[in-house]
Design a protein around this ligand. Structure first.
Ligand SMILES: Nc1ncnc2c1ncn2[C@@H]1O[C@H](COP(=O)(O)OP(=O)(O)OP(=O)(O)O)[C@@H](O)[C@H]1O
Ligand SMILES: [Mg+2]
Length: 530
């Protein structure tokens, strides 16, 4: 493959030189033959004219013997095959030599004779003059035109002279042989020189190609050494410079890669350490929260128990004023207890240590329970709590407590932010088969469009005066979102400021028993909708 260029170059050069030699030889041979042919023709015509002049009187007198003598004389000339004297009536007066069957008249314009004839025939007319020109006529005539005055000249016969073509052919063959020999010698020399030239051109190219191969194979220190000092050597020098710079770049790149790898390794190790520390810190935080909240709940329960007993008169009669104070202590303790429960739940959810207890239950019963809880809390009845469930809802098979926690949180919020009107809990089959949708709809203050995406964030409270007029720390919806992740559903919201809000809970009615429980970061705003 690699030698093809050299072979092509040598072949092309040789072919060109051979063709040029052959053409040159052929042209030379032809022009030489033409020249000789012309000489032969001139000789033939000259001889014919000479014989025609000499034959005038013997033809007139019918002297065949003199004609034969003339013929004999002519035949003594080189290449003359025959002479043939004929009078005007076609009577042959004298023939010397044999007229070959294959003969041709002399061609015009010095063309070469055809190859299949043996003789060239020159025909020259024999004239006589019926009256010889007078001396005065000859003197008066134009020296350029010494022919007799027209009208007096008369053809009395013709002479045919045949010249042999054999010598011409033999000469042609010799010349052609010489030319062919010359062509072959020159062609051989041309092929040899073309091969040498091609190899002189391709050898350095092959050296360069081999070096390029080695460089491509990774041997960047490869250098090319050429003995010449010509342009090819200049190319080799550039090639070497390029290879050197490539080697330098490669080394720099290698160094860079090595340091980069080291940096990445160091950073990865650092990240892993930080991750481990974070995990540990998170675990400790969750444990701490769980322990602390547990420890706080016990005394709080005791406080609440005793407060209730005092309020019921277990410690003696209490005045209305004392009753109100005890109620207040109880309310705030309850609030504190709820808060601690929330913190405990959230820390459990955040650490991913949450278990799921799937059970069969009726969704309507859960909604009714929550409703009863709120109706009891709001005896004056300024807000109507309504459960509106589609009949024949399939039974739920999921974690009842967690679902109840979700809906309770939503209804708590609705009740908290609704002064008058209604809080409706609607239940209907979901858009996807096997799913249900629970909507908690209120006629409260609503949520601004700009706040909607943020309400699921932990500790996020929005709207005017937020915590000042209502209780809570802004964890309810964050817990709801995490619980929905555990239940395999999702929560969305639609709201108009001043008109009310609707939270939609969509979840599969049947939770797989081994549902994956993924701890997730605190809820982002992604699920909120308008
Ligand atoms: N139904 C609603 N109507 C108007 N605003 C609401 C409603 N539900 C939630 N919000 C807004 O979203 C915020 C976040 O609610 P979230 O339940 O997370 O916290 P919270 O109710 O303030 O406190 P917590 O639930 O911890 O007691 C609320 O503070 C309130 O501004
Ligand atoms: Mg809340």
């Amino acid at each position: 493959m690699r030698h093809r260029f050299g072979i092509r170059l040598a072949l092309a050069n040789s072919a060109l030189i051979v063709i040029a030699c052959a053409l040159l030889s052929w042209t030379l041979v032809r022009s030489d033959l033409r020249e000789i042919g012309r000489g032969l023709a001139d000789r033939g015509f000259a001889l014919g004219e000479h014989l025609a002049r000499e034959a005038e009187l013997p033809i007139l007198s019918g002297d065949a013997e003199t004609l034969r003598q003339l013929g004999l004389m002519a035949r003594a000339e080189r290449d003359v095959l025959y002479t043939h004297f004929v009078d005007v009536e076609g009577r042959v007066e004298a023939t010397l030599g044999e007229r070959p069957a294959r003969r041709a008249p002399v061609p015009l314009h010095g063309d070469l004779p055809p190859t299949d004839v043996d003789a060239w025939e020159f025909e020259v007319p024999i004239y006589t003059t019926d009256a010889r020109p007078q001396r005065e006529e000859l003197l008066a005539a134009d020296p350029a035109d010494r022919s007799p005055p027209s009208g007096r000249r008369q053809q009395i016969g013709r002479v045919l002279v045949g010249l042999a073509l054999e010598p011409l052919r033999a000469h042609g063959d010799r010349v052609a042989m010489t030319a062919a020999t010359f062509t072959i010698i020159v062609a051989l020399m041309a092929v040899a020189s073309a091969v040498l030239l091609a190899s002189a051109i391709t050898r350095p190219l092959q050296v360069l190609a081999r070096a390029a191969d080695r460089i491509a194979g990774g041997e960047l220190e490869t250098q090319v050494t050429l003995k010449s000092e010509d342009e090819v050597a200049a190319v080799a020098e550039s090639f070497n410079a390029m290879a050197r710079s490539l080697a330098l770049s490669r080394a720099a790149l290698e160094e860079h890669r090595r340091t980069l790898e080291e940096k990445v390794r160091a950073r990865t190790e650092r990240l892993e350490t930080v991750n481990r520390e974070l995990d540990e810190a998170n675990r400790l935080k969750s444990e701490f929260l769980a322990t602390v909240s547990h420890e706080l709940r016990t005394p709080l329960n005791v406080i609440m128990g005793y407060t209730r007993m005092l309020a019921e008169g277990a410690g003696g009669d209490v005045t209305t004023e004392q009753q109100e104070m005890l109620e207040s202590i109880h309310r705030h303790s309850k609030l504190q207890l709820d808060l601690i429960s929330d913190v405990l739940d959230f820390s459990r959810l955040a650490s991913g240590r949450v278990s799921v207890h799937v059970e069969r239950f009726s969704l309507v019963s859960v909604l009714d329970e929550i409703r009863a809880l709120h109706v009891g809390r709001q005896p004056q009845g300024e807000v109507a709590f309504v459960v509106d469930a589609v009949p024949d809802l399939p039974e739920m098979e999921t974690d009842r407590v967690k679902l109840q926690e979700v809906v309770r949180n939503l209804v708590d919020n609705a009740a908290k932010f609704t002064q008058r009107g209604s809080v409706r809990m609607e239940a209907r089959p979901g858009e996807r088969a096997g799913w249900v949708t629970i909507a908690v709809r209120d006629t409260g203050r609503g949520i601004g469009a700009e706040d909607l995406p943020r309400i699921f964030e932990e500790f996020r409270q929005v709207g005017e005066n937020n915590t000042r007029t209502t209780n809570g720390v802004g964890r309810g919806l964050a817990i709801v979102k995490r619980l929905m992740d555990v239940l395999g559903g999702r929560i969305t919201v639609e709201s108009t400021l001043g008109e009310g809000s609707t939270f939609f809970v969509q979840l599969p009615s049947r939770l797989p028993r081994e549902a994956p429980v993924k701890p997730k970061a605190v809820a982002a705003a992604g699920t909120a909708q308008r």
